[in-house]
Design a protein around this ligand. Structure first.
Ligand SMILES: [Zn+2]
Length: 149
């Protein structure tokens, strides 16, 4: 079971969808969220924060540590990077609003499925690879892994 939450950034201009793998971490784990407009004034603390392409997630590490055993991240292993990279509290998709964007793009492509299913499957495949490459090029942390050709 997984949980996704929508959270507004500090300045209220943007929001992000965060996914909590296996629903281990509660909503309160995210102490603050900063979009590229409001992250500039933040003094970055690597012990509690994770930076991704101008965004900053600030975790409440005291809350996270309560669930350390369940995540298998204890002591020095419990870092913002591990929490994010292992999906315990990270963007749903590749970016803060990836799912929403992807769904819009997919909806357009879905028209093709009605007329040419074979072509649709081909196009979807290319779309997903190209999209991953593009996000990787933009520097998103979750898109860093190798794109499968
Ligand atoms: Zn903001």
């Amino acid at each position: 079971m997984c949980m996704a939450i929508e959270k507004e950034c500090r300045c209220g201009k943007e929001s992000a969808r965060l996914h909590h793998q296996h629903s281990i971490l509660p909503f309160e784990t995210v102490a603050n969220l900063y979009c590229p407009s409001c992250s500039g004034d933040v003094k970055f603390n690597e012990n509690t924060m994770l930076k991704d392409n101008g965004w900053i997630i600030e975790y409440d590490m005291a809350v996270a540590s309560l669930y350390g055993k369940k995540m298998g991240l204890q002591g020095e292993q419990l870092t913002p990077e591990r929490i994010f990279d292992e999906g315990y509290c990270a963007w749903q998709g590749f970016t803060p609003n990836d799912l929403h964007r992807a769904n819009e793009e997919k909806r357009e492509l879905a028209q093709l499925a009605k007329t040419d299913m074979k072509r649709y499957i081909q196009v979807m495949r290319e779309w997903s690879i190209n999209r991953h490459r593009k996000l990787q090029g933009e520097g998103w942390r979750k898109a860093r892994e190798t794109v499968e050709a």
